[in-house]
Design a protein around this ligand. Structure first.
Ligand code: NAP
Length: 293
């Protein structure tokens, strides 16, 4: 990876649910190798994934088993969410000390000496942007993190942090799917398109709800996704959703959540699909329950 220009695979494998997959280290190793072979070299983690940060730990076991994989992948991890213990409530902390400590702990668990990308996981209402920027500078100077970004930030929160951080923030990782249209309506994607920054799109399949939910919206969506899928030559509705997400002009990088390599392989095929504007808006209309004005 060039130090100044981050390079990610066009789809990213998410590891949020890794601790629930019930796989051995050897099986995790096989899964990682297989998705690398499919061209998915960027992986998404966070300290809060799995109980007691289990997902970063399990992934570190894979890298310990086969250290040659580290240079073939780009690791994204995050910081800033704290699970309250005892009487404490869950809270956010983006102070310099908290960021530095969180990264050291992630590196230890992941058994690596650097993160390719560090994201502030959620907007901290008490964030002092100067402090966060100082933490980023120190991490960069120490070679512990190559690039920085945010997740779930509003455009105003993104602009505030960017105004204090020396180098360009490289993404805002946000929920993008046809069920929840928020980021298509609140300026988040426009801000990223304007700056030519690619969003990372989480829960493109609405956490699997697209397949199982029985609301009117989800029923309409499934029907329309199947109809459009037939028109564009997709073999499953997940492929249609990924094509719908990637049709957005901000060029989102979808983060896949499946544990099944055959589903990951099917999702990659979405890269070969193209969707007309009318088909895109037909899915939007199915989500909204009404057409455009
Ligand atoms: P998702 O793709 O919306 O949902 C994945 C779930 O859907 C899995 O449980 C998967 O089960 C199921 N699924 C996939 N295809 C299916 C099918 N054809 N039929 C039935 N079920 C199907 O993604 P996600 O896991 O919610 O999120 C993806 C990644 O985004 C996470 O791993 C994480 O890295 C990231 N994320 C980030 C944030 C943030 O705040 N930054 C928040 C949430 C997630 P199988 O394993 O059985 O396929």
């Amino acid at each position: 990876m060039n130090n100044d220009h981050p390079v990610f695979s066009v789809m990213i494998q998410g590891y949020w649910r890794m601790a629930e997959w019930g796989m051995t280290t050897q099986q995790h190793h096989a899964f990682l190798k297989q998705h690398i072979e499919l061209g998915i070299t960027t992986v998404d983690h966070a300290p809060v994934y799995g109980p007691e940060s289990a997902c970063e730990r399990l992934f570190g076991d894979v890298l310990a088993l086969d250290s040659s994989l580290r240079e073939q992948i780009q690791i994204v991890s995050k910081c800033g969410i704290y699970r309250g213990h005892g009487n404490q409530v869950n809270h956010y902390d983006s102070s310099k000390a908290a960021i530095l400590k969180s990264v050291d702990e992630s590196l230890e668990r992941l058994k690596t000496d650097h993160l390719d990308v560090l994201l502030l996981h959620r907007p901290d209402l008490l964030m002092d942007a100067d402090e966060a920027a100082q933490a980023f500078s120190e991490l960069k100077a120490a070679g512990k993190v190559k690039h920085f970004g945010v997740s779930n930030f509003t455009p105003a929160q993104f602009s505030l942090l960017q105004s204090r951080v020396e180098e360009p923030l490289i993404t805002n990782q946000v929920e993008i799917n046809p069920v929840n249209l928020q980021v298509t309506e609140d300026g988040t994607l426009e801000q990223l398109q304007q700056a030519r920054i690619r969003p990372m799109a989480w829960s493109c399949l609405a956490k699997g709800e697209l397949f199982s939910g029985d609301s009117e919206q989800l029923t309409r969506l499934r029907q329309t996704l199947a109809e459009v899928g037939e028109e564009i030559g997709a073999s499953s509705i997940d492929q249609v959703v990924f094509a719908w997400v990637m049709r957005l002009p901000s060029n989102p990088l979808p983060i896949l959540g499946s544990s099944k390599i055959e589903r990951v392989a099917a999702s990659v095929k979405a890269l070969e699909l193209s969707m007309t504007k009318e088909q895109w808006y037909r899915i939007w209309t199915a989500s909204k329950g009404h057409g455009v004005a």
